[in-house]
Ligand binder design. Sequence first.
Ligand code: 5GP
Ligand code: MN
Ligand code: MN
Length: 473
Amino acid sequence: MNVHLVEETPWRHRIDPVDPMRVPGVVFAPHELLPLDPGDKALEQVANVAALPGIVRASYAMPDIHWGYGFPIGGVAATDVAAGGVVSPGGVGFDICCGVRLLASPLDRRGLLPHLPALMDRLDPLIPRGLGRGALWRMGRSQLHEVLRGGARYAVERGHGVARDLERCEDGGAVTDADDRQVGDRALERGAAQVGSLGSANHFLEIQTVDRVYDERCAEAFGLRPGQVCVMIHCGSRGLGHQICTDHVRLMDAVMHRHRITVPDRQLACAPVESAEGRAYLGAMAAAANYARANRQLLADETRHVFEELTGTGLDLVYDVSHNLAKLERRTVDGEERLLCVHRKGATRALPPGHPDLPADLAPVGQPVLVPGTMGTASYVLTGTDGNLAFDSCCHGAGRVWSRHRAQRECDVPRLRTEMTRAGVALRPTSWRSATEEVPQAYKDVDAVVTASTENRLGRPVARLVPLGVLKG
Ligand code: 5GP
Ligand code: MN
Ligand code: MN
C-alpha cells in the first residue's frame, strides 16, 4: 500500500485513508522520529492496520514506532466488538504481556554505591536469563495452570511478595478471563520451565537512580524522589506467549475466509472478537498475561530478598504495566458507549487522573507509565493525562532504529565496553557479543520520544532515571 504522509502539526503526521483503509492513520511523531529508511515497512503497517474490520477512529502509532510483525511496534488499534470488530494476535505481539515493573528503594545513590558491586555479583548468577537457561520457580503442570489463572496474585498467595504489590499491578496482578484450555500442549511445555526468568536481548533487570523529577506531586504519589535508587524489570511471557501467538495466528489464518475477512498482509491474521477463534485467542492471551505477571512478580521478589540481605533495606512496588496486550474496554465513541477491543502492541496503557480502574492513592495523579530507554542513557516514568486521543495509550520505550544485525555491524565488543564504562554503568550481559545489539545508538533518543509523547498529550513526564547496573538477557 502506498503511504501518503501529511504533517498535521510539527509533532504529528496523518495518513489519509485510501482503499482498503477504513480509517486514517495517525502517527504521533515529529519528522525526525519517523521510520523513513528505504525498505522500512512500519508506516505501511500503520496503513494496513487501518483496514482491519471494525476499527474505530484511527490506526495510531506512538513516537517510538518501528517495524513489527503485522502491526508496527508502537501500534494502537481499537475495534468495535458489536460491529464485527476483530482481534489480531499480531496486534499484541509474540511476547504477550511483555511489560515493565519498577521498584523503589529507600536508598539514594550515595547510600547504594558502596553496595553496588556486591549486589551485581549476587544478582548476576541468581537471575535466570538468556535463551532457555533455567527459572526461579520449578513447577509441574497443575501448578502451571494455577499461574495461568492466578498471575501475580497466585505468586503472592504462595509467599512470593506482599499484598501491597498487587495494588500496584495493572488489573491487580491477574485478569479473570484467562482460559487455560486454549493454551496448547507445546506452549505449556515451554512455559513450565521458565516462570521466573528474564529471557534474552532486550529484556533486563536494571538498578537505576532518579536523576530528575518533573512533577513533585505525582512523584511523591508514585513513591519517587530525586537521587533515589530504583530497580526496573522488563520481561514477558517467554516461550509460552510466543507459542500461543504462533498457534493462534495459524488457527485464524485458516478460518479468515470463512469469516469473509481479507487483510492487506497475512501477518494481520484475525477473527471477530465474537467468534470461536477470537474468544479462544483472547482466553489464551489472558492466560499468558497472567503468566507474565507472575514472572515479573517472582523476579521482583527475588531481587527484593537480595536487597534486604545485602543492604538491609526493602523495595516497594511503584507499578507493573504491560505494553503488549489487547483489552476489552468500554469507551465512548461518537457520543455512544461501545465495547472495544483495544490492541496495544509496544504501547503502554496510560489512564488519566480520576479513572475508576486506578487504586485510590493513584486516582488524583493518574497511572504510572513506565518507559525504558536504553542500558546506557535514560528511562522515564510518565503519568496518564486527560485528552489522550489514542484510547489512553502512550509510548513503551525509545524504539529500535537499527536492526539487531546492523547494531552488531556498527558496534563491536571493545567499543561497547568503552561506552558502558564511560557512561558509568556496570553491565552484566549473558554474552558481550549479543549485548552489542543493545548499544544505545541502536535506539531512538528516549528524551525526544518522551517530548513527542508530552506534546501529543499521550502522557506527562514525572521522573527521569539513569542506569547504574544492568543485567541483560
Ligand atoms: P521492547 O518491549 O519493544 O522489546 O522494548 C521496550 C524498550 O526497552 C525498547 O524500545 C528500548 O527503548 C528499551 N530497552 C531495551 N533494552 C534496555 C535496557 O537494557 N535498559 C533500558 N533502560 N531500556 C532498554
Ligand atoms: Mn518482550
Ligand atoms: Mn517489552
